[in-house]
Design a protein around this ligand. Structure first.
Ligand code: ADP
Ligand code: MG
Length: 261
C-alpha cells in the first residue's frame, strides 16, 4: 500500500461573486514511504492547493485522498507542515520553546520535552541559539527552527511549501544540504514544493511537473537517479535539468498566454 494516494483529485473554489474556479483537476499521484517528492509548476498552477489538501487544511471537491489507505479528513500530528516565510514562530517564545510548543500542548513533562526539543535544535544546526527569540535570529535560522518544530512532533510526513524561497542563495544551499541529511537520518517522507528546478534536482527522489492552471494537474514525473553530489558537473544532472526545463517552460508560457487572453 502506498503511503499517500491522490486519485482523481479536483479542487474548486467559489469566488465572492459566486463563480467557480477550478484550481486542481484530475490529479493522480501516489507517494511511497521514504520518498522525497518535489512538485514543480508555474505560479498559480495549484501546488499550494495540493499541499493544503495533503495537510488536511482543505477538503477535495472530487476524488479520493488517502494516507496509508485511510481518508485524510483533517490536520494531524503525523503530517508536519513548513510554509514559506517565517512569521509562524511565536515571537514571545525562545527558539527552544517554539520547538517544544507542540510537545507542551500534548502534555509532555517539561524535562522530557526540553530534551527532545534540544535534540531537534541540534539536528538543524542551531546548538547555542536556543535562548534567542525569533527577532534575534536570521531568516535561515528561523526557517531551521520551523523545521525543528515540525520534526519534534515526529511526523511521518513533512509537507513543505517553498520553505527556502525567501532565503539568499548561500543560506539556501546550506539548508538544502541540511534537509537532505535530516531526511536521510529520520527516514521521514517529504513532499516539497518549489518553482526552482535546481532545488528539486538537488533534493528529490522524484519530481512531478504540473500543468498551468486553471485545472492544474500532474503533467510528467521524473525519477532522480543521480548518486553522490548532484552538481552541474554531472552530465546526468544537466540532461535532467534540460528535460524538466522544457516541460516547465511550456507551462509557464501557457500560463502567460492565458493571462494575456
Ligand atoms: P501555486 O501554489 O501553484 O502558486 P495555488 O495552489 O496557491 O497555486 O493556487 C491555485 C489557484 O487557485 C490560483 O488561481 C488561486 O488564485 C486559486 N486559489 C487558491 N486558494 C484559493 C482560495 N482559498 N479561494 C479562491 N481561490 C483560491
Ligand atoms: Mg504556492
Amino acid at each position: 500500500m502506498s503511503l499517500i494516494t491522490l486519485s482523481g483529485i479536483g479542487k474548486s473554489f467559489r469566488s465572492r461573486e459566486g463563480r467557480s474556479w477550478v484550481a486542481v483537476a484530475d490529479f493522480n499521484l501516489t507517494i511511497e514511504n521514504g520518498e522525497f517528492y518535489c512538485l514543480l509548476g508555474p505560479s498559480g498552477c495549484g501546488k499550494s492547493t495540493v499541499l493544503s489538501l495533503l495537510a488536511g487544511f482543505t477538503q477535495p471537491t472530487t476524488g479520493r485522498l488517502e494516507l496509508a489507505g485511510k481518508p485524510i479528513t483533517g490536520a494531524s500530528r503525523d503530517r508536519g507542515v513548513v510554509f514559506q516565510g517565517d512569521d509562524s514562530l511565536y515571537p514571545w517564545l525562545t527558539a527552544v520553546e517554539n520547538i517544544e510548543f507542540g510537545l507542551r500542548l500534548r502534555g509532555i513533562p517539561h524535562k522530557e520535552r526540553r530534551e527532545r526539543a534540544m535534540e531537534y535544535l541540534e539536528l538543524v544546526g542551531l546548538r547555542g541559539q536556543e535562548a534567542k527569540h525569533p527577532t534575534e535570529l536570521s531568516g535561515g535560522m528561523k526557517q531551521r527552527v520551523q523545521i525543528a518544530r515540525a520534526l519534534a512532533n515526529e511526523p511521518k510526513i513533512l509537507l513543505m511549501d517553498e520553505p527556502f524561497g525567501a532565503l539568499d542563495a548561500q543560506t539556501r544551499g546550506g539548508m538544502q544540504a541540511e534537509l537532505r541529511r535530516i531526511w536521510d537520518k529520520m527516514k521521514v517522507t517529504v513532499v516539497f514544493i518549489t518553482h526552482d528546478i535546481d532545488e528539486a534536482i538537488v533534493l528529490a527522489t522524484r519530481i512531478g511537473v504540473m500543468t498551468a492552471g486553471p485545472g492544474g494537474t500532474l503533467k510528467k514525473t521524473f525519477p532522480v537517479d543521480i548518486p553522490g553530489d548532484r552538481t552541474r558537473a554531472d552530465p546526468r544532472y544537466v540532461a535532467l535539468y534540460d528535460q524538466i526545463h522544457t516541460q516547465v517552460r511550456e507551462e509557464v508560457l501557457r500560463a502567460a498566454t492565458r493571462r494575456a487572453a
